[in-house]
Design a binder for this molecule. Structure first.
Ligand code: F6R
Length: 618
């Protein structure tokens, strides 16, 4: 995790560094720091334990003068979230300063060696090891008289010894026209300007500064000067930088009057679902169409099994995807946590394709799982939101969500867009096999209603706010649903726990009596997702079992019958749709409920404690 930025050019570095770090705070917000260089004064450094806003106030004139600089916003891995462990870190008594994103696995042995060579460590981080290691290699390479080329060679020699992942930006005390960036497993992108260059962990900091970008690939190192960039690959030597144009979808994000990004993103869902559907419906053939799967129709028809993988909310989408594919396409599906898949060795045949589901496209486990499956010869596809992200680049093909930037740490619109895309994929595969033209047409017309139905569902906000007021003090919640809405229950529980720090469990409603029902008491609300359909009566029975034990019940249903009204303490009515689309609708009140409870409890909705939006470490 962590966000890193760098600037070199004719202007002052800090305006970009600070703006960039603000935009990268979703990657971590435990501490922040910047280092700038002014040749006469050497490297100036300031760091704070806390947010980028505090860092901004701590930047004084001396730091603000530098036209070369780096910055970092941290999600702590090695060492507490305090000022000493904040980046940038200095190497070799201040000869260089670096910011690091990633994890160095062999840092302990390297640290011991460097300590034996006389290097003094001030922090507990693995990153400081890299700083001293480069300084040590520089001493070896250059002796007393250092040239810029020595710095490059020292970085190359140091990173050759690292095991793990890194995105690095490095500045050197003696060179005010040299910024080095290096990547292995942690994303880095260079923004190309006129007499200035920018570096960042992703493209969001670059918006408004430049629209010309170069993605660094693994094992590449960039030697950046204000008027040119050289890219060197570990094995291939010098490579030509591939300058691309920044996608117009990576727009500058602001709150547009909303108090939080999470709320804004909840309310954007009618539009984000419209975007996910746009251009993907083939009315003539009553199916969906995708431009980037990179397989022929014949190859797609011979797919015998689908493996869906992801983490967190994206894993919940995968679970819905399993129901969808099996129901609509009759293709066997398996769902795996990416963190498990990467170390499992599941028997798979060559007719299995693998989908990695990810909002950010940077989740380390999902990336590693896809790589492993690709290595085994499977066709890998990404269902991804962030254009040009590592996973989007690494997969053999895929489908973009086009949901627009999701800034709130709790995923909302990306989830419903993932479900929309998965529904279309299920329709597509279904039409390749047994689904009739009529059935395909019916599914399309239901899917096209989704934006309007989500808009209607948002109308429950006031009622949800009132319910939240009554349950804000609860320490435990249960979320219960069946079939398509079992994953919806998991997602509802995850939303509540991550932003309000309330313990919540999601279960298939009938599973409750095998254990979790013991948790039910008058202080433990149960949220039932109980729309009409094949298991409606069954879920009602489960609801009665909770009620009989004195547990408060909040029911989400598309059918207000007297039985539900009598049993439930609160009934939230949601619009009717086909069962396989219900998770999209039902998740809206659950997102609002967690948002309102978190607000009432005074939690930082957009930046919940201990979390980061993009989990780029294992
Ligand atoms: C929860 C949440 C996380 C992410 C997970 C995967 O609200 O946002 O659980 O879903 O970290 O992230 P992506 O989808 O970016 O791979």
């Amino acid at each position: 995790m962590c966000g890193i930025v760098g600037y070199i050019g004719d202007n002052k570095a800090c305006p970009f560094l600070v703006t960039g770090l603000q935009r990268l705070e979703y990657r971590g917000y435990d501490s922040a720091g910047v280092a700038t260089l002014q040749q006469s004064n050497g490297i100036r450094l300031t760091k704070v334990s806390g947010r980028v806003a505090e860092l901004e106030s701590a930047i004084d004139d001396r730091i603000g003068q530098g036209s070369l600089g780096i910055g970092h916003t941290r999600w702590a891995t090695h060492g507490a979230a305090n000022q000493v462990n904040a980046h940038p870190h200095s190497g070799g008594a201040g000869i260089l300063s670096l910011a690091h994103n990633g994890v160095i696995e062999n840092y302990e042995s390297l640290k011991l060696e460097l300590q034996n060579n006389g290097y003094q460590f001030v922090s507990e981080t693995d990153s400081e090891v890299v700083a001293h290691l480069i300084a040590d290699c520089l001493k070896e390479a250059a002796g007393d008289e250092i040239a810029p080329q020595d710095c490059v060679e020292a970085v190359q020699a140091a990173i050759a010894r690292l095991r793990g992942t890194y995105g690095l930006v490095i500045i050197f005390r003696d060179f005010d026209d040299l910024l080095i960036a290096a990547r292995c497993g942690s994303p880095l992108v260079i923004g190309v300007g006129k007499n200035e260059q920018f570096v960042a962990s992703d493209t969001s900091p670059l918006v408004g500064f430049t629209d010309k970008i170069v993605y660094l690939a693994d094992h590449q190192l960039a030697l950046i000067r204000k008027d040119n960039i050289q890219v060197l690959h570990r094995d291939e030597g010098r490579v030509r930088p591939d300058i691309q144009t920044l996608s117009s979808e990576t727009v500058d994000v602001n709150l547009e009057g909303y108090p939080h990004y999470m709320l804004k993103e909840i309310y954007e869902q009618p539009q984000s679902i419209t975007n996910a559907l746009r251009g993907r419906i083939d009315y003539d053939n009553a199916t969906a169409k995708f431009g980037g799967l990179n397989l022929t129709t014949q190859q797609l028809r011979s797919v015998k099994r689908i493996l869906l993988t992801g983490c967190g909310t994206s894993w919940h989408s995968a679970l819905v995807g399993e129901y969808l594919m099996e129901e609509l396409a009759r293709i066997p599906v398996e769902v795996e946590y990416a963190s498990e898949l990467r170390y499992r060795n599941p028997p798979t045949d060559h007719e299995t394709i693998v989908f990695g589901i990810t909002q950010s496209g940077e989740t380390a486990d999902t990336l590693a799982a896809l790589r492993e499956m690709k290595r085994k010869g499977h066709h890998t596809l990404a269902i991804c939101n962030v254009i040009g992200s590592s996973i989007a680049q690494e997969a053999d093909g895929g489908v973009y969500l086009h949901a627009g930037p999701e800034v709130g740490v709790a995923s909302t619109k990306a989830f419903t867009s993932q479900l929309t895309v998965l529904s279309m994929l299920a329709l597509y595969f279904g039409r390749l096999h047994h689904l009739s033209f009529e059935a395909g047409s019916r599914i399309i017309s239901e899917m096209e209603k989704l934006p309007e139905l989500v808009e209607q569902t948002l109308g429950c906000h006031e009622q949800v706010r009132e319910i939240a007021t009554r349950y804000q003090e609860s320490d435990n919640f249960l979320y219960l649903g069946r079939r398509f809405n079992f994953p919806t229950a998991l997602e509802g529980a995850l939303k509540l726990k991550e932003i309000s720090y309330i313990h919540a469990e999601g279960y298939p409603a009938a599973e409750m009596k095998h254990g979790p029902i013991a948790l039910v008491d008058e202080n433990t609300p149960s949220v039932f997702i109980v729309p009409q359909g094949t298991v409606y009566e069954k879920v009602l029975s489960n609801l009665q079992e909770v009620k009989a034990r004195g547990g408060p019940v909040i029911a989400l249903t598309d059918h207000v019958d007297p039985q539900v009204t009598k049993l439930a303490d609160d009934v939230i009515q949601i619009p009717q749709t086909q069962d396989f689309l219900q998770p999209i609708i039902a998740s809206i009140p659950l997102q609002l409920l967690s948002y309102e409870i978190a607000l009432l409890r005074g939690c930082d909705v957009d930046k919940p404690r201990n979390l980061a939006k993009s989990v780029t470490v294992e």
